[in-house]
Write a protein that binds this ligand. Structure first.
Ligand SMILES: Nc1ncnc2c1ncn2[C@@H]1O[C@H](COP(=O)(O)OP(=O)(O)O)[C@@H](O)[C@H]1O
Ligand SMILES: N[C@@H](CC(=O)OP(=O)(O)O)C(=O)O
Length: 421
């Protein structure tokens, strides 16, 4: 049978009732004969609540001491790992909670944004050998040089799970969350977004880099580097979700046409900075966000850029690219217009008529396509851009709206404080 690492994010364990349901899923997989290692995040918004406590005691005037902040934040995952282990015991199975240190997640010393440099999961292996289910705290590790607890940055539990899966040579790392997999856009903004059946590591990394917080960027990068097969799926049902692997996403018969996988957005200013204050009608740099179109073959297809311009201009937004590669085009956008921009680009590039050629894939353009100029040019452009969509699924349960999940906890605290002013 398989060795499976299952990561449950905060959205999967917001309450003790949900922890019991997670325990049932885990024990179900164990009873089916699999070796299961569980990685859990803090319950619901526990990390935000701990950050708020730190802000309160420091009166928001100073940045909390990074060492103390990391130790404080690590408590969130300890609560959920111990409760999950207890819930598994209550079902008659054997489990043990493990801190990042006990699981052998060795990191750099950078509090709030540590990187995993080694994984020595001796205790986890021993627990598996004894037929137990190890329940590991995500998001944290230990720095060997100074023996300090470190955290990996927001969304870091994904990275913990992927790193453990790589070290244990697990068959699959399941990222269990509150949506049906990786969708063609954030479903909180685009209800029409569809789950994507298969993705390459590269496309997953590009979506994460663009801000699709369903998987943290560092987790996507680690999975690509170590060729870890991921399955991103809902913890609320048994749907198959999205498989992320090194296998090609599709047969090579698509020739050189550009393909669109999906869209991502990020309400934070681009890492490279904003190209001049008047760009995209922005007056303040911190009002800037980005929308990214992710796929392949972009650089050799001017049609992609023309269609992007058309779709954005169609809702009164300028086309201001801030980074362009073959697999991702990121455009600058006023943060308050991001939802409009994502919806318009999803309409133009992903929502396409049924009955077009290719199993699991569709061509852009045709009578059902909306969102581009009516001069006929848009249709011609769309014919040069092929989109992929997954099988339709029901609307997923939604929760908190996004903030960037790639920065450090300290950076988040500052950004959050700035936003709430
Ligand atoms: N392309 C996308 N596909 C799926 N979910 C996305 C995408 N982009 C953004 N999201 C958001 O990511 C959320 C899941 O990530 P997160 O809230 O961090 O979950 P977890 O608590 O499981 O780590 C979803 O609820 C969804 O709103
Ligand atoms: N609890 C941490 C780590 C994490 O990965 O959380 P989640 O899996 O809920 O994104 C955070 O909120 O950043």
């Amino acid at each position: 049978m398989a060795l499976i690492v299952q990561k449950y994010g905060g959205s999967s364990v917001p309450t003790t009732e949900r922890i019991r349901r997670v325990a049932e899923r885990v024990v179900g997989a164990h009873d089916a004969g699999h070796d299961v290692v569980v990685v859990v995040s803090a319950m619901g918004d526990a990390t935000e609540e701990l950050l708020a406590l730190a802000q309160h005691v420091t009166r928001g005037d100073t940045t909390p001491c990074p060492r103390e902040l990391d130790t404080l934040l690590s408590v969130g995952e300890q609560v959920s790992s111990t409760l999950t282990a207890m819930a598994i015991h209550a079902l008659g199975a054997s489990a043990c909670s493990c801190s990042g240190r006990q699981a052998g997640l060795i990191t750099t010393p950078a509090h709030g944004g540590a990187r995993i440099v080694d994984v020595r999961p001796r205790l986890v292996r021993e627990a598996l050998d004894r037929g137990m289910i190890p329940v590991v705290t995500g998001f944290q590790g230990v720095c060997e040089e100074n023996d300090e607890v470190t955290t990996l940055g927001r969304g870091g539990s994904d990275t913990s799970a992927v790193a453990l899966a790589a070290a244990l040579k697990a068959d699959v790392c399941e990222i269990c969350t509150d949506v049906d997999g990786v969708l063609t856009a954030d479903p909180t903004i685009v209800p029409e977004a569809k789950p994507i059946g298969r993705l390459s590591h590269e496309a997953m990394r590009e979506l994460a880099a663009g801000g699709a917080r369903v998987l943290a960027l560092s987790g996507a990068e680690y999975a690509e580097r170590h060729a870890v097969t991921l399955r991103v799926r809902s913890s609320y049902d048994e749907r198959p979700g999205t498989v992320v692997s090194d296998e090609p996403e599709r047969p090579p018969s698509y020739g050189s046409a550009a393909r669109v996988v999906g869209l991502a957005h990020d309400p934070s200013p681009p890492a490279a900075g904003v190209p001049g204050p008047p760009a995209a009608g922005l007056t303040r740099e911190d009002d800037a966000g980005t929308v990214s179109l992710v796929g392949s073959g972009f650089r050799s297809h001017a049609g992609v850029f023309l269609l992007l311009r058309e779709a954005l201009n169609g809702i009164g937004l300028p086309f201001v690219p801030v980074s362009v590669s073959d697999t991702r085009v990121a455009v600058l956008c006023r943060a308050s217009r991001l939802p409009d921009a994502v919806r318009a680009l999803h309409r133009a590039f992903v929502e396409i008529p049924a009955g077009s050629p290719g199993a699991g894939t569709r061509r852009t353009g045709g009578e059902g396509a909306r969102g581009a100029a009516a001069d006929g040019r848009g249709d011609r452009l769309r014919r040069t851009v092929r989109c992929r969509t997954g099988a339709p699924g029901p609307a997923p349960p939604l929760r908190r709206t996004g903030t960037r999940r790639t920065g450090s906890a300290q950076a988040m605290a500052v950004v959050d404080a700035r936003r709430t002013r």
